[in-house]
Design a binder for this molecule. Structure first.
Ligand code: ZN
Length: 158
């Protein structure tokens, strides 16, 4: 692949990361939060692991008291990943960390493991629900044409 082609591909991929973040920020009710992306060549090391050999694809640091967060993305892994690989699951995982940040304390490895387990389970369920609604969240226009969207059916008293 020529360098130019490669650059176009990675730029396209980066804009997909942004779009996916904004989409899920909206779906998960995090629009009031300031969430930045940092797509970087620096290794994103794994929190709470005994060794730092593993590099996370994404990792979030949250300042819940200021409603702000930064998602770090490991650029080399983004470059290597097939462009067909959906980014949703990864973004949702980090945003579930953001949702839980105020409630969890990750002072030691055990707490981090419990947090990861809860975040992984919630991400799985969210992705299943998302797939079952056939991606009706993807665009506003698509949701408008569907008379039985999730938001319209929701009982506000819940
Ligand atoms: Zn995690």
């Amino acid at each position: 692949m020529s360098e130019r082609k490669f650059n176009v591909r990675i730029l396209k991929r980066e804009s997909e990361v942004y779009a996916t973040l904004r989409k899920w920020q909206r779906i998960l009710g995090l629009n009031d939060w300031h969430i930045e992306l940092n797509i970087s060549m620096n290794p994103v090391t794994c929190r709470g692991e005994g060794s730092d050999h593993r590099r996370n694809f994404m990792q979030v640091s949250t300042h819940w008291q200021y409603m702000s967060a930064t998602i770090e993305v490991d650029r080399p892994q983004l470059e290597d990943m097939s462009t067909d690989t959906p980014l949703d699951k990864h973004i949702v995982h980090e945003l579930v960390h953001v949702l839980l940040a105020e409630a969890v304390r990750t002072d030691n490895d055990d707490d981090t493991m419990h947090e990861e387990r809860v975040v992984t389970l919630l991400t799985k369920r969210i992705m299943e629900l998302y797939v079952n609604t056939k991606g009706s969240y993807d665009t506003d226009t698509e949701a408008d044409t569907n008379s039985t969207t999730y938001t319209e059916d929701r009982n506000e008293a819940d």
